[in-house]
Design a protein around this ligand. Structure first.
Ligand code: FES
Length: 181
């Protein structure tokens, strides 16, 4: 899924890629609203639709950035508007931890953003995408694995940068364990 989203061949005028994980009920609708209203947006974003931000495993973000995505954007329903009641509260804790964890492994935290956009907020969606794209344009291509610190390389090498082995599993347990309310 991540690989497909990052390897699309159409490159409008930039090879930079932002992966967007959008909750089906709010932010995906917001992006749709922006499209229907023909609000102009930078073309860097590749969208992956998820049922709720509560479904976001922090490892999706880390794996995408280590594998070279230039930016990762997660967007869901506003707090208290989650269609599964508390999914975005769990997500907020996990994603904030990811944001703070990224510098530790050598990834610029400005490459990651999470936010909330409702289905009616097409204009806000346009603003979020435009602002984040500008930051990614300024940062330029993400060296991915090449930018990792020694600690980050040790962690990622031990983990093999995939979800199947024990190292990545343990990292996932660590990051997810803080999401308990
Ligand atoms: Fe949108 Fe939970 S359904 S964040």
């Amino acid at each position: 899924m991540l690989e497909n989203a990052m390897n699309t061949t159409d490159k409008p005028h930039s090879s930079l890629r932002i992966l967007g994980f959008l909750c089906n009920w709010c932010s995906y609708g917001g992006a749709d609203t922006a499209g229907v209203c023909r609000f102009r947006q930078p073309p860097l974003l590749r969208i992956i639709r998820i049922p709720c931000t509560g479904r976001m495993d922090p490892l999706f973000v880390i794996k995408a950035l280590v594998q070279g995505a230039d930016g990762v954007l997660v967007s869901g329903c506003h707090p208290k508007d989650c269609h599964y009641a508390v999914g975005n509260f769990y997500a907020r804790r996990r994603l904030e931890l990811v944001r703070r964890f990224l510098p530790f492994i050598g990834i610029d935290p400005r490459r990651f953003r999470y936010t909330w956009v409702s289905a009616s907020e097409g204009q806000r969606w346009q603003q979020v995408v435009t602002e984040f794209s500008a930051i990614i344009e300024e940062l330029g291509p993400n060296p991915g694995f090449g930018s990792l610190t020694h600690q980050g390389r040790d962690i990622m090498t031990a983990a093999g940068c995939n979800f199947d082995n024990a190292g990545m599993y343990q990292l996932g347990v660590l990051l997810n364990s803080t999401s308990q309310r």
